[in-house]
Design a protein around this ligand. Structure first.
Ligand SMILES: *Cc1c(COP(=O)(O)O)cnc(C)c1O
Length: 242
């Protein structure tokens, strides 16, 4: 009885975070990885500041947003030790608003975007960490470079003094059975290893950002270092009310 009361009083977000953390730990253990090797990014797009505050109180320090204005507003409203991850398609004319605020941009998918980031980062004398977004599943509707283009883009961006290429990101298709996405995580890992073997100056392949609510355990077993979980922490998103 008392247990039930306790469980019911615990907030949904807190329960969800505990659930995700324990499933992450289990997935790490199964594949012989250390739990600290996988970072949980709480994807808070469309959610109010109060929800992020609650996740913050549960120890979350990494938050992912996909819109520049929303990221900037939440950045202003929340503690400064949060690491902000830009995970959505980034327009060049908006780079200037976030370049001083982001910890990592996951969604670099063109040379022109990288050039803009370089220009804005140089202005504030900062080095910006980025991932190259790869459309491994070759979905029409998705951003990201084709698998064959990732290496060439990494080589070009490596020449930019205010950008550090830290790894690769992909958004896998929406599927009912997470196992269907294993092939794409494997493929991203392979591209990552190929780039490591090229030993490119100023390319530091350390991060594989892959796996979302529906498939993060599979992604972890294929080597993900960052998983991006939205629904699994904050519940369904309601785009209608935004
Ligand atoms: C929204 C989003 C996520 C989180 O998706 P969920 O299925 O809600 O976990 C992850 N990555 C990107 C790039 C997103 O836009």
């Amino acid at each position: 009885m008392i247990m039930n009361l306790y469980t019911n009083n615990m907030s949904e977000i807190k329960k969800n975070i505990e659930n995700v953390r324990s499933r992450m730990a289990e997935a790490c253990e199964k594949s012989g990885r250390a739990a600290e090797d996988v970072r949980l990014i709480a994807v808070s797009k469309t959610k109010p500041v109060s929800a992020l505050q609650e996740a913050y109180e549960c120890g979350c320090r990494d938050f992912g947003e996909n819109k520049v204005q929303e990221l900037v507003e939440k950045y202003e409203a929340l503690p400064k030790d949060i690491r902000w991850h830009m995970i959505g398609h980034l327009q060049r004319n908006k780079v200037k608003y976030i370049v001083d605020k982001v910890y990592l941009i996951h969604s670099v998918d063109s040379l022109r975007l990288a050039q803009e980031i370089e220009k804005e980062a140089a202005k504030i004398e900062k080095t910006v960490n980025i991932l190259i977004e790869v459309n491994v599943a070759a979905e029409e509707s998705k951003f990201g470079v084709a698998a064959e283009e990732a290496l060439a883009l990494a080589e070009e961006i490596a020449k930019m003094p205010h950008i550090r290429v830290k790894g690769l990101m992909t958004i896998a298709p929406y599927v009912e059975d997470a196992e269907e996405n294993r092939q794409y995580f494997e493929k991203l890992k392979k591209i990552y290893v190929d780039i490591i073997h090229k030993n490119i100056d100023n390319v530091f392949m350390e991060e594989l950002s892959m796996g979302m609510t529906g498939d993060y355990e599979v992604a972890i077993s294929e080597g993900a270092t960052c998983i991006r979980v939205g629904t699994g922490i904050f519940g369904e998103r309601n785009y209608g009310s935004i």
